[in-house]
Ligand binder design. Sequence first.
Ligand SMILES: [Zn+2]
Ligand SMILES: [Zn+2]
Length: 272
Amino acid sequence: MRVTSFGSGSSGNALLIQTEGPAGTTSVLIDAGIPVRRLRAGLAAAGVPDDGLDAILVSHEHHDHISALPRLVRYQRCPIFATSGTMRALDIAPSDRWERLVPEHSCRIGSLTITPISVPHDAAEPVGFYVDDGTVRAAIFTDLGSTAALVRDPVAQAHLVILEANYDVEMLERGPYPARLKRRIRSGHGHLSNAECGDFLADTLGSTTVDIWLAHLSENNNRPKLAEQTVVQRLGTGLGGPRVQPMPRHRPFVWDAPSALQRPRQLGFLLP
Ligand SMILES: [Zn+2]
Ligand SMILES: [Zn+2]
């Protein structure tokens, strides 16, 4: 499995999952919230030409996850998957092109088994995703106000965990946002803070996870280094634990399962 992020944050999200199977490569895009020109260029660089995607999955209807969709569908004629709530919110009727995702029900796309998982977020019927290619598993949860019980198992079983670390509590408090927006972000249906992300991972992770990507960092209320430090500190695993990396806002970011899984675990102590 190979996972490529083309962007993460309120300025736009798009994530490509690719895996090799007996029938060739399966390529699935999760969300299409970055400018279509950048998205097409990113897909082409990852080896996915126009009409090369097997499916587009939509997590929820917020602009930063769907803004490129109306134009992207002219270049990628694959089916688009979304929950009925998301389709209603986008004013789309199920058709040949749109297929319905049912939360907590797995679907098979090429060599991938994909399970949409309900998340608490202020959208119509938002989901995160658990993706399994038979050997390697990824859990992708980018917009959630709290860590619902349903999110726990997918995160515990994934080799790559992509989890939101949206804001630093103090930066949000001191920052320029109006009180109502601060309340929305902090609420159980808003976004996860760095500390919430770290505490949840510390409670949940077993020995399977090798990489953690911190997703959807706020430009105003967070800093990549601060998010990383907070999560690493809460995880408390030091050098022996999974690698924690903040996702770049605009730059492509790649996870390659074979090299990630073969990477020697760092020693839990420092040699003199
Ligand atoms: Zn978002
Ligand atoms: Zn959202």
